[in-house]
Design a protein around this ligand. Structure first.
Ligand code: SF4
Length: 335
């Protein structure tokens, strides 16, 4: 549940702000309805029961990958379904990949959500519920939820008010208490949203899905590039870096024969080698489209070419692909 929304509802009812903390604590600890929040007075529980769903999203399906990745299909009160994914790392750390929209209007060619077309925005409570659920799952595994990434279904910058409200609850010590530096908002390059994020007081991380180093290739993969071509996108990123003092993470999906040549790597390095960017190379996950992921050898050559021109890059390994839980695979129909 969203802390700010609950706090303001409780304030309207003349209730103290700490009641919101008690409700969120109970939800994080395993309560599944207002009737189970024993720290709240019975009359208040009854009133909340009539006014506000305890869960804005409830699990509809759960699948677990061979690598321990867990994916949920989650249903809103209107029947809309989105997906969230919990990814296991070493040393008991867990990352949740959350959705911000049902479907997506931006139609990136490699993305299963894009193939769904536009849907509705999620509310802040629906976003926070994904994180609460993932935190409960992590604890049941003897681990801790440490990171939140907005890389699930939808373009977070097209629902930025709700995303930032949700980040407030995720970060707040009386909410979920995850450091802002461990929350990442990923965008395909919605330039006005990058400007808004630069001015926002919460120091969350910014990730950009770039996926090509020239406009023709990028436009063929991501129609948004006609509206915000690479030069305007990177200019917005540089303004963000200058305003916040933070680096930007560049996501680059390696597609065989599309964007993975040595010439592509050199172009990318020339675009980004000013110390403001870190590149994550991403393995492609099949979505039934026309693309194939680059081979291991091709990826190594690509990384070496970046390094020769002074650009730091890491490889982000694909997780949960066997249950369609990996990057680019989330979509309602796949749960
Ligand atoms: S990659 Fe993101 S912005 Fe593009 S279609 Fe998929 S969900 Fe939408």
């Amino acid at each position: 549940m969203d802390r700010a929304a609950l706090t303001s509802l409780l304030a309207e009812w003349g209730q103290p702000a700490y009641r919101a903390r008690q409700a969120i604590e109970a939800q994080r600890s395993g309560a599944d309805g207002w009737g189970e929040v024993s720290t709240l007075p019975a009359a208040l529980r009854a009133r909340l029961e009539e006014s506000l769903p305890f869960w804005a999203l409830t699990p509809d399906a759960r699948v677990e990958s061979r690598d321990g990745t867990v994916k949920w299909g989650l249903r809103g009160v209107d029947g809309a379904v989105v997906e969230a994914v919990l990814i296991a790392h070493a040393e008991g750390r867990r990352t949740v990949c959350v959705s911000s929209q049902v479907g997506c209007a931006l139609g990136c060619k490699f993305c299963a959500t894009g193939a769904m077309g536009p849907g509705r925005n999620l509310t802040a409570s629906e976003i926070v519920d994904q994180v609460v659920l993932a935190g409960r799952e992590a604890e049941s595994q003897g681990a801790r939820l440490t990171n939140v990434v907005f890389m699930g279904m939808g373009e977070p910058m097209q629902n930025l008010d709700a995303v930032l409200d949700a980040c407030g609850t995720i970060n707040h010590p009386e909410g979920i208490g995850i450091s802002a530096r461990r929350i990442a908002i990923s965008t395909v390059g919605w330039v006005p949203g990058i400007a808004t994020l630069a001015e926002h007081p919460l120091p969350v991380r910014l990730a950009i899905s770039l996926h090509a180093a020239d406009d023709a290739t990028r436009t063929s993969l991501m129609p948004i590039n006609t509206r915000y071509p690479i030069a305007s996108l990177l200019a917005a990123c540089r303004r963000y870096c200058d305003t916040t003092g933070r680096r930007v993470f560049i996501e680059y999906l390696l597609l065989d024969g599309v964007n993975d040549s040595t010439a592509d790597a050199r172009r990318l390095a020339r675009l980004l080698r000013d110390g403001r960017f870190h590149v994550n190379l991403i393995e492609y996950n099949a979505t039934g489209g026309a693309y194939t992921g680059s081979s291991y050898g091709r990826r190594e050559v690509f990384m070496r070419a970046l390094a020769e021109l002074g650009l730091e890059a890491s490889v982000r390994r694909s997780r949960g692909a066997d249950v369609a839980a990996a990057c680019g695979q989330l979509a309602r129909s796949r749960t």
